[in-house]
Design a protein. Structure first.
Length: 159
């Protein structure tokens, strides 16, 4: 029991030391699949318009994902519904030739990825922003996608 408590404190400490992170959240999908009618939306606050930010797409998948690449559409909006950026992005989850999974693995057949969406982005106004992400694949239901999320971090290194 004591060892578990020490490990839990260590994990909490490591997670809490991410000084670049401004926002990060993930939406998990039931049945380990992402349906076309399940867009995900994240709201986050920006309080400093002088800094530049990186916006990243988080993807958690299993080896059940049937393709090498994932395509998504995103839209970034300001609180007054002004569309600021809208685009399709893609990222490789597996090597096209060998089928070897990319990303980091912490638990068996599950892999985590981060793909750049916006780099060195300057938010022009203080306030609430939202990012909507839709899957854009050839299937209405994509097996093997466990979660999708957004991370907003400071682009400059922490001092």
């Amino acid at each position: 029991m004591r060892a578990f408590f020490i490990v839990a404190i260590f994990v909490f400490f490591i997670i809490g030391c991410d000084s670049k992170r401004v926002f990060e959240d993930n939406a998990e999908f039931k049945d380990r699949s992402w349906k076309i009618n399940q867009p995900v939306k994240f709201d986050f606050q920006i309080s400093d318009t002088v800094k530049k930010y990186n916006v990243l797409l988080n993807v958690r998948n299993s080896i059940d994902y049937p393709f090498a690449r994932l395509f998504v559409n995103y839209e970034l909006k300001y609180q007054d519904s002004t569309s600021l950026s809208k685009k399709m992005i893609s990222g490789f989850l597996f090597d096209q030739k060998t089928g070897k999974p990319f990303g980091t693995s912490g638990i068996g057949d599950i892999y985590d990825h981060q793909f750049p969406v916006l780099e060195n982005y300057a938010f022009k106004k203080i306030g609430t922003y939202s990012m909507r992400i839709d899957q854009f694949m050839r299937m209405d239901t994509i097996p093997g996608v466990l979660a999708v999320g957004v991370r907003v971090e400071n682009a400059e290194p922490a001092k």
